[in-house]
Every structure is written in structure tokens, then in C-alpha cells.
Design a binder for this molecule. Structure first.
Ligand SMILES: [Zn+2]
Length: 187
């Protein structure tokens, strides 16, 4: 009889990087610049965010094709690195399941994950998904924008007018970055 080595295959956990901050802080740009397009990487964006079509794009003109998702991709294990933009949007009714649990599962499978998203909404309340990802992150990168009023570092998003929606896509027509002194709730 030959002895068989009972070798356990240990897969190193993937690395989770999180870029968080207000709007206009360059989150998507950091996501794309820090992680050049490579074989085995997959970009994900929310399905309902029609501003970008099927892509991750930044306001400085960077763009990379993405898969629009409303749940975690069933073929995630095929990839080495998954980039997720607008992570704060990945909640019901736009996302089926728990995106944080889906990301944790993918990290356990050895896949690197990088996420960009808003840490707080326009009322300065945490986005739950991003707060939970912060705890999980190997590398957490807080980003600031420039205050629309005084150009100081801004960590808040302000909404110019109340529309009744917490999750609403918009650009500088609807939102501005504001510093601690100049943030205010919408009129
Ligand atoms: Zn200011």
C-alpha cells in the first residue's frame, strides 16, 4: 500500500482595497489607476446607474468596460481581481443578497477585490455597505474632494435641493462637495 499525502490546499485570502469619500473625490479614478486592466480582472457597476452605460468611468475621463450587476456574479471564481464601482448602491432593491457577504466569500476564495463608493450620504449618514467594508478592508483609502465654496478639503456630499430620494444618481447639477464648515442639508 502506498501512503497518500493528505495535503491541504491553503488558498491565501484575497486583498480588499476600499476607496471611500464624498462625490467628486476621484474614487473611480483611483480604482482604475491603482489597478490597471489585466487578464483575469472583472469590472462591476450597478445595473441602474445609466450615466455610464456598462462601464466604470471617472470625471477625469478614464473609462473601462464593466458588467452591470444586480447580484454577485455566479462566475466570480474565474477571476483573480474584481473591481466594484459605486459600492454603496449595492443594496435592495438594486442588489439581491448581501454584497459584503458576497465580497467576503470571494476574498476567502483568494480573489482580490477593490471597491469604490460613497462613505456617507448627503445627510452625513453612513452607507451601511461601505461602513462594513471598512471593517473588512486590508487597505482603506479615505479620499476628499474640494469644497465647492472655499476649496478646502471636503469630506461631505451636499445635495442642492431635496428630491425625496437617498439613492439618486446625479452630477454637479444635483450635488456638491462641501467641507465641515460649508456642509448643509438641502433646502
Ligand atoms: Zn468650505
Amino acid at each position: 500500500m502506498t501512503a497518500r499525502l493528505n495535503e491541504e490546499i491553503v488558498v491565501p485570502r484575497g486583498i480588499l482595497t476600499v476607496y471611500a469619500g464624498p462625490m467628486f473625490a476621484g474614487k473611480s479614478a483611483h480604482l482604475l489607476v491603482d489597478h490597471p486592466d489585466q487578464e483575469g480582472s472583472l469590472c462591476l457597476a450597478p445595473a441602474f446607474d445609466t450615466r455610464s452605460g456598462a462601464s466604470i468611468h471617472s470625471r477625469v475621463g478614464l473609462r473601462r468596460p464593466a458588467r452591470s450587476i444586480s447580484c454577485w456574479p455566479s462566475d466570480f471564481a474565474r477571476f483573480r481581481h474584481i473591481l466594484l464601482d459605486e459600492g454603496h448602491f449595492m443594496i435592495a432593491p438594486h442588489y439581491t443578497g448581501d454584497v459584503v457577504a458576497d465580497i467576503a466569500k470571494s476574498l476567502e476564495a483568494g480573489i482580490d477585490i477593490s471597491v469604490a463608493g460613497l462613505d456617507t450620504d448627503f445627510m452625513q449618514h453612513d452607507f451601511d455597505v461601505m461602513a462594513r467594508l471598512r471593517v473588512l478592508a486590508d487597505r482603506y483609502v479615505p479620499l476628499t474632494a474640494r469644497c465647492h465654496v472655499c476649496e478646502a478639503p471636503a469630506r461631505w456630499t451636499a445635495k442642492k435641493r431635496q428630491t425625496g430620494h437617498v439613492l439618486e444618481t446625479g452630477d454637479d447639477d444635483l450635488y456638491e462637495a462641501r467641507c465641515d464648515a460649508h456642509w448643509a442639508p438641502p433646502d
